[in-house]
Design a protein around this ligand. Structure first.
Ligand SMILES: *Cc1c(COP(=O)(O)O)cnc(C)c1O
Length: 222
């Protein structure tokens, strides 16, 4: 199957759940991205800042670029002028730096807060219990150049379906809880970014609004 065909098949499946597709193009060359672009697709995700900037410079300007990986504070300035959404905001210092660089770029940058839902030690993110406390303590107020639009999470890499389902469900419950709390105008629960090639079908059942899919579209990475 061609890349464009993979995308249309996935989009047909996602549409039924009102879920958006982020095509994860990391490690893939610009020509490969152009195959998807030529089929009409515009929303791509990368997990390294440098690679994202390089590709943005080489490819058409109407592409929506999503930063989905761990982002270091010193890289934010390179993305701030153009990035469509930053999914992996996993600490407040990073959020403040995004706010600062967005102000310089005269923009408001849509962000998702990454939450640690997996059992694995290595995954980044806020703790599930932590965010309601942070929201109550007003730390998000006054950051006028970021728009927090929801949450992002990655489930444990496992074949245990129930475990993955439980982790996504925890994230969705947190999403609902935050949605029901008083919050400043720059904090809204609209998007839930969860699900990758191996687990997106479970994520759809659990209420995902954005799935980040790479290998199911572009084939395995080296
Ligand atoms: C690589 C990556 C994906 C996509 O992974 P696939 O298994 O290829 O679909 C999704 N989210 C993040 C954060 C990634 O780094």
């Amino acid at each position: 199957m061609s890349i464009a065909a993979n995308i249309s098949r996935l989009e047909a499946q996602l549409d039924q759940h009102h879920c958006k597709l982020i095509a994860v193009s990391k490690t893939k060359p610009p020509e490969t991205i152009m195959e998807a672009y030529s089929g009409g697709f515009r929303r791509f995700g990368e997990n390294r800042a440098q690679e994202l900037v390089d590709k943005q410079q080489q490819l058409p300007t109407d592409i929506e670029w999503h930063m989905i990986g761990h982002l270091q504070r010193n890289k934010v300035k390179y993305l701030a002028p153009f990035v469509s959404m930053i999914h992996g905001v996993d600490n407040l210092k990073l959020l403040r730096e995004i706010n600062k660089q967005a102000e310089k770029a005269q923009r408001v940058i849509p962000c998702l807060l990454q939450v640690h839902i997996a059992q694995e030690e290595s995954k980044f993110g806020f703790k599930l219990e932590e965010l309601p406390e942070l929201l109550k303590s007003a730390v998000f107020e006054g950051l006028e150049h970021v728009q927090i639009l929801g949450l992002m999470g990655m489930a444990t890499f496992t074949n245990d379906r129930q475990q993955i389902q439980g982790e996504f469900r925890n994230l969705k419950n947190l999403f609902n809880k935050l949605d029901g709390m008083d919050s400043p105008p720059n904090f809204q629960m609209k998007e839930l970014s969860m699900g990758m090639s191996n687990d997106f079908e479970i994520a759809l059942e659990e209420g995902s609004t954005m799935v980040r899919i790479g290998s199911r579209i572009f084939g395995a990475r080296n």
